[in-house]
Design a protein around this ligand. Sequence first.
Ligand SMILES: Cc1ncc(COP(=O)(O)O)c(C=O)c1O
Length: 393
Amino acid sequence: MACPHQVSIDVIRSKSLQEIITEKTNAANIENEDDPFYLVDISDVINKYKTLFFKVFFITHIFLTAMKSNPDFQIAATLCGLGTGLDVASAGEIETAVAVGLKDEDVIYSNTCKGISHLKVAAKENLTQMTFDSEVELHRIKRLYPSARLVLRLLVDDSHSELKLGVKAGASFSRVPHLLKVAKELGLNVIGTSFHVGSECGSPDAYAKAIEKSRRVFDIAKGLGMKFNLLDIGGGYPGQINELFTNISRIINKALDIHFPSDSGVRIISEPGQYFSCSSSILVANIISKRIRFEDDDTQIEGYPSDKENMEITYHINEGVIGAFISKLIINLLYIPKKLIKSNEKCYRSSMWGPTCTPVDQILSDYNLPEMEVGEWVYYEIFKCVTRSENVC
Ligand SMILES: Cc1ncc(COP(=O)(O)O)c(C=O)c1O
């Protein structure tokens, strides 16, 4: 797949992560800048792609990486250059898919509730593949983009996942015949079905059951005279290549062999998100404020801590839960900062806050951390997050 855009990638060899971050933050300090930034290890993304594509799944499966987890142009362009497509959820992500040179076949608009202006952008760019799970959405698509090719998002068991997506999207199995009939009456073209077992799914079996359920949806469609040719098995893979990942891929391959064998003519696609973003991304942020609080009175002081027992140091950094740390709010993820400068390693009870004025913007509470200073840079490795995008689906 040709990518018409230039991607800027620094090839860095023989340097430790700390050295790379120190170089970048020193440059920022010289410019008097303190904006947070991501470091993305593109070689990790490429290795993950190779593992997924060549070692784990059959070569015929196409991967569309979920942009909501990987919103960087560089990540998208690299993956698309390797041969993946994109799962997009908003007008902005559609524009990125177009900018990296993707064609209709390689993009799926996987948001079952699309805003009118966003849907219009899909129509303008002639990107036809999109999901739905309700009658309302069918009518909206009929009005604004009747030539779209639709994929019915099915509700499946996501009880074994860290982040359950079924609360927001997916039609229950009992609703399938009705929705397909409405689509048929409206003259819409439904081409297949999709599901998502939830992010960080701990159960390989959940995929097997969802694939079997999808087969039954295909059969219902056939009974209604519709010809399906696309199955989208979503994401949900762990961020690391580990035993769970191997088991998941084994079970998926087995279930596909049974229900959608390669001679069935069904195109299988998947939308891995965290799988690509988790181990490749490191977030670097700056400490913009520090206070010392005491529980037994309302004293707040700035400066160096005393050894008073009931003391807590509160730090403010310039990224928060209304942004990159949103998984703290959603699944209470523990984000522990790492220091670049190893100084006095004595630990104090601390809390970390994001830059907004809302009191929900707490990243970490009641945690023993070595003391840090205002202006110091901290980093977060294995940046596990549900999304790095504002265009959350
Ligand atoms: C429709 C859809 N596809 C794919 C993904 C990516 O999922 P994961 O990061 O679990 O692989 C998401 C995550 O929210 C999603 O909503």
